[in-house]
Design a protein around this ligand. Structure first.
Ligand code: FMN
Length: 324
C-alpha cells in the first residue's frame, strides 16, 4: 500500500504503533518497524534524557528501518526536561516524533531545526487544524474508542474521521479502536492515510510486557473498558479492574471536588507493577475498546501483514465486486 503516510515516513505499510507508557521500549518499536510499520519509543518512560539516548541507540541496533519517538505533554506533577529529551532524539538520528497531549507549538522550532517530521495526536478536528496551522507534518486523529486519553468531546471515529477528512489538508491516520484488516480498509475509505494502534500492539509476541497483560487483552471484551478522571478534564480510557472500581467510587463520592491526590495511589507510578510484574489490579492502565477484537497474540509481522493483506483483499475483492 502506498499512501501519503508511507511516503512521508518512508515506511512499507501505513501502520503506526502509538507511544505507550512502559510498553514503548526499543523492543516494541523495533519489532513494529521491522514488520514494515512505524514503531515508536515512548520518551517519558525513560527517566532521563540520557536513558532515552541509550534506548534510541539500542533500537538503532535492532532495526535499520525508520522508527519514531513519542513526546507526551500531559499535565504532570513535575515538568520533564523536554528540551533535553529533544536533544537526545535529534542526537540519536531519529527523524520522526509523535507529539501528544498539549500543543507541541513551543517545541516545534527545535524539532524542525533538527530535521524532525512531527505527527501530533489530536482528539478533535479543531486541534488537528491547529496542528496543521502551526506546521505539524501529519496528525493522528484519535477517536473516543481509543485507549489512553480520548479528550472531552466523545466523538467516535465513524464520525470523527470523515469530519477530519473534510477539513484537514495534511496527511492523517486513524487512531483508536483499530486492530483488524477491515478497520484498516474502513479507515482508508473514511479519508485516512493509515492507522495508528496502541492496545492491539500490546498483545503481540514482542511487546515487552508481562504475559498477564497480553492474556488480559485476549480475555477482555469491548465492554471491559471505562473512563476515569472525567471531572479532572483528563479523561482516560482504562481496563476495568479492582483499582478502577476504587477510583470510580471515590469519583462518585467527591464529584466535582475530585483532586488527583484522591486517586494518586491508583494512577501514580503504577505502570511498572502492571506492565512488568503483571499485577493486573495494581492500578489503572490505558486500554482501548479494541480489546474486544483481540483474540490472539501474533508477532508484529504477522499482525501487520494480516491487516495489510486482509485490507487489500477487502478492497480488491469484496468492495470491487460490489461496484462492478
Ligand atoms: C497502555 C497504553 C499506554 C499509552 N501511553 C501513551 C503515552 O504515554 N503517550 C501517548 O501519547 N499515548 C499513549 N497511549 C495512546 C496510544 O499511543 C494510542 O494513541 C492509543 O492506544 C490508540 O488507541 P487504541 O488503543 O484503541 O489503539 C497509550 C495507550 C495505551 C494502551
Amino acid at each position: 500500500m502506498k499512501t501519503r503516510i508511507t511516503e512521508l515516513f518512508g515506511i512499507q505499510h501505513p501502520v503506526i504503533q502509538g507511544g505507550m507508557h512502559w510498553v514503548g521500549f526499543a523492543e516494541m518499536a523495533a519489532a513494529v518497524s521491522n514488520a514494515g510499520g512505524l514503531g515508536i519509543i515512548t520518551a517519558l518512560t525513560q527517566p532521563t534524557p540520557e536513558d532515552l539516548a541509550k534506548e534510541i541507540a539500542k533500537c538503532n541496533e535492532m532495526t535499520d528501518k525508520p522508527f519514531g519517538v513519542n513526546l507526551t505533554f500531559l499535565p504532570g506533577f513535575k515538568e520533564p526536561p523536554y528540551p533535553e529529551y529533544i536533544e537526545a532524539i535529534i542526537g540519536g538520528g531519529v527523524t520522526i516524533v509523535e507529539t501528544a497531549g498539549r500543543s507541541p507549538e513551543k517545541y516545534l522550532p527545535a524539532l524542525k531545526e533538527g530535521g524532525i517530521k512531527v505527527i501530533h495526536k489530536c482528539t478533535s478536528v479543531r486541534h488537528s487544524l491547529k496542528a496543521e496551522r502551526i506546521g505539524c507534518d501529519a496528525v493522528s486523529v484519535d477517536g473516543f474508542e481509543c485507549g489512553g486519553h480520548p479528550g472531552e468531546d466523545d466523538i467516535p471515529n465513524y464520525v470523527l474521521l470523515p469530519r477530519a477528512a473534510e477539513e484537514i489538508k495534511i496527511p492523517f491516520v486513524a487512531s483508536g479502536g483499530v486492530g483488524t484488516a477491515s478497520q484498516l480498509a474502513a479507515a482508508l475509505a473514511l479519508g485516512a492515510d493509515g492507522v495508528n494502534m496502541g492496545t492491539r500492539f500490546i498483545a503481540t509476541k514482542e511487546a515487552p510486557v508481562h504475559q498477564n497483560v497480553k492474556d488480559a487483552l485476549v480475555k477482555a471484551s469491548e465492554l471491559d473498558t471505562t473512563l476515569i478522571m472525567r471531572s479532572l478534564r483528563n479523561t482516560e480510557r482504562v481496563m476495568k479492574n479492582a483499582a478502577v472500581d476504587t477510583i470510580l467510587e471515590v469519583e462518585r463520592e467527591k464529584g466535582s471536588d475530585l483532586n488527583i491526590m484522591d486517586i494518586v495511589e491508583q494512577v501514580g507510578g503504577v505502570y511498572p507493577k502492571i506492565m512488568q510484574e503483571g499485577d493486573m489490579d495494581a492500578g489503572a492502565w490505558s486500554t482501548g475498546m479494541v480489546c474486544g477484537l483481540i483474540h490472539d497474540i501474533p508477532t508484529c509481522k504477522e499482525l501487520v501483514e494480516r491487516m495489510v493483506t486482509g485490507a487489500e483483499e477487502i478492497i480488491q475483492s469484496r468492495l470491487e465486486a460490489m461496484v462492478s
